[in-house]
Write a protein that binds this ligand. Sequence first.
Ligand SMILES: Nc1ncnc2c1ncn2[C@@H]1O[C@H](COP(=O)(O)OP(=O)(O)OP(=O)(O)O)[C@@H](O)[C@H]1O
Ligand SMILES: [Mg+2]
Length: 269
Amino acid sequence: MNFTSLTAESSAARVARGTRAFVERPALMLRAEDVRKTFTLHGQGGIGIEALAGVSLDVERGECIVLVGPSGAGKSTFLRCLYGNYLASGGSIAIRDEGAPLEHLEITGAAPHDILRLRRNVVGYVSQFLRVIPRVSALDIVAAPLVSRGVDEDEARERAQTLLARLNVPQRLWPLAPATFSGGEQQRVNIARGLIAQHRVLLLDEPTASLDAQNREVVASLIGEARERGAAIVGVFHDEDTRERVATRVLELTAPRAGAHEAQLTAAA
Ligand SMILES: Nc1ncnc2c1ncn2[C@@H]1O[C@H](COP(=O)(O)OP(=O)(O)OP(=O)(O)O)[C@@H](O)[C@H]1O
Ligand SMILES: [Mg+2]
C-alpha cells in the first residue's frame, strides 16, 4: 500500500467516525481531536513555534467550556483554529452542520464558502477588540449579522437596540461610529454584535477584559441565556469571577514548549 492510499483511507475512516458521532449524539456540536498548530516564522529563519500539541475537546449544547492556562499557552490559537482563522497543522475539527450530508463540517480542509456559510449560520466569534468600520454606526454594526441572514432591517435594528441598552451603551452613542468610543464601550458593541444572531456555537476570546464588574455581570447573564437556548460555548475569560460564573467545564492548556504536552479536562468547581 502506498502512502497516498494510506492517507486517503485514514481520512475516510475519520469522516465515518465523525458522522457517527454527530448522528448518534444529537447534543454534540463541536469535536476537536488532537489539534496541533505550529507557526513557521518564514521571515526569521523558518523557526517553528509549537503553539498547540494535541488538544481534544467535545462540546455539547448548553455547555460552556472555559479555557485556562498561562499567557502563551495557546488559548487564542485554539479558538482561532476552531473558527477556521488558523489552519490547524494536524488533527481534526468538526462542527455540527445541520442538514449537510454528513451532519457536520470538517473545518480543516473545508472550502472557504463552506466556512463562511457556517460562520453566518452556526459559529460566532467574539474577540477582545471591535473591528471598527469607518462611518458605520454602532447600531448598524450590531445589526449587521442579522441583516446578512436576511432579517428585516427594522427588526434587526430593534434587536440591536435591546442588546445595546442591556449592555448599558448610552443611547446617544448608538447613531455614532464607534471609532471614538472608550475601550469598554467598543467591547460592549462587539459583544452585542457577537451575540445578536444567537449562533449555536460561540467562541469568546476575553470578551470582558475592559469591562467593569456591573457589565461583566450583564455579559455573564447573556452567556447563561445563550446556554439555556442550547448554545455550545468555548471561551477565555481573564477574571476568576466570570470564569466561575459561566463555566460548566474547564479545559487547561499548557504551553507545549514547557514540556507538558497534554490538555487536561477537569470538572468545574
Ligand atoms: N500568528 C502567529 N504567528 C506566530 N506565532 C504565533 C501567532 N499567533 C500565536 N503565536 C504564538 O503561539 C503561542 C500561543 O499564543 P496564543 O495567543 O494562542 O496564547 P494565549 O494562551 O491566548 O495567551 P494570552 O493569555 O496572552 O492571550 C505564543 O507563543 C505565540 O507567540
Ligand atoms: Mg489570548
